[in-house]
Design a binder for this molecule. Structure first.
Ligand code: NAD
Length: 337
């Protein structure tokens, strides 16, 4: 089959492509604008495959996207491309509106035209998989149950509001134009090749470089963590076997306070390097509108599609830390972005 991946030079998109090329026989077209977050070095072990192609294209460019669809003729589109960092969305919301909302709208319109040209059988087999986040539901109190697929949206940040808007567009294009869509929402991911603006790589790299490890507010905000290969496994399951028009939650059931995650990283690093890192932890002014807790109920994907995460939080964190210790070349490549 042919997979068109948007945002495949980013953290999760590149993990998806490494899986598709290294562990399946599918062909991949990666469409990525290569913002500061996109890094082709994350794809160095698949770039020579005859089943892999890349196009440096903005998902807001309707004409370029139409041409790429007509040439490649995808069976499955997985939409990862987005602006993803909450802090950046607070500083400069406009690019989040442009890529996450207008970009998703542009992609949906290109797909609407593309589907009309497909044969009946190809139309029946086509899928648009939209990748969304737990953040669209807003935050939860400690005593509240994790959000289900029926929970009401209540986004707090420009990032989560732009992702929520994109989700609404995808559902509207399904209902109005019969575009065969599936949507998944995932909790916080971590693993190799994640940009060091995000909590786990930032903590690892600042510790190794003897820099302050910043903690927002009191550090008691709770996030639910999932190792990126478990997310990729779930996404492949949803893209292939998810029911059209349905939404699936993906979660690792690893709820931890940010400060607990930071201390665990410092402890693992101390074990490996016999040094103390906790003295670098530095409390900073809290993020504006900082959500307290996110959590998703993933029982639907478990019972319907038989998916469960394989990695434990601690062993996956150990693997992630080891990866950052052994991949200085990839870390250096970020300096040239
Ligand atoms: P990322 O920031 O690492 O990568 C985003 C990619 O999109 C980059 O390669 C960037 O160059 C590309 N891109 C940005 N704007 C583009 C545009 N206009 N046209 C084409 N490409 C563009 O993001 P990620 O962490 O890999 O997240 C991927 C998706 O998963 C996002 O939609 C995000 O909302 C969702 N998600 C992420 C997490 C997480 O913890 N990282 C959790 C849940 C959901």
């Amino acid at each position: 089959m042919k997979f068109l991946i948007t945002g495949g030079a980013g953290f999760i998109g590149s993990a998806m492509i490494r899986f598709l090329i290294n562990q399946t026989n599918h062909c991949v077209l990666n469409i990525d604008k290569l913002t500061y977050a996109g890094n082709l070095n994350s794809l160095s072990d698949v770039v020579h495959s005859p089943r892999y192609q890349f196009s440096a294209t903005d998902i807001c460019n309707h004409t370029a996207l139409t041409n790429l669809f007509n040439e490649f003729k995808p069976n499955i589109v997985m939409h990862f491309a987005a602006e993803t960092h909450v802090d950046r969305s607070i500083d400069t919301p406009s690019i989040f509106i442009e890529t996450n909302i207008v970009g998703t709208y542009t992609l949906l319109e290109v797909i609407r035209n593309y589907c009309q040209q497909l044969s009946y059988v190809d139309q029946q087999n086509f899928r648009f998989h939209h990748i969304s986040t737990d953040e669209v539901y807003g935050d939860l109190l400690p005593t509240m149950s994790p959000c289900t697929e029926q929970s009401a949206y209540s986004p707090s940040s420009p990032y989560s509001a732009s992702k929520a808007s994109a989700d609404h567009l995808v559902r509207a294009w399904f209902r109005t134009y019969d575009i065969p869509v599936v949507i998944s929402h995932c909790t916080n991911n971590f693993g190799p090749y994640q940009h060091p603006e995000k909590l786990i790589p930032l903590t690892i790299l600042n510790a190794l470089n003897n820099k302050p490890i910043p903690v927002y507010g009191n550090g008691k905000q709770v996030r639910d963590w999932l190792y990126v290969t478990d997310h990729v496994d779930a996404l492949y399951t949803v893209a292939n076997s998810g029911r059209i028009g349905e939404t699936y939650h993906i979660s690792g059931y690893n709820e931890y306070q940010n400060i607990e995650v930071i201390h665990t990283i410092c402890d693992i690093l101390s074990e490996i390097k016999s040094e103390n890192y906790t003295n670098l932890i530095t409390y900073t002014t809290d993020r504006q509108g900082h959500d307290f807790r996110y959590a998703l109920d993933a029982s639907k994907i478990e019972s319907e599609l038989n998916w469960k995460p394989k990695e434990s939080f601690h062993s996956a964190l150990y693997k992630t830390i080891t990866w950052y210790l052994n991949n200085q070349q990839w870390i250096n490549s970020l300096a040239h972005k």
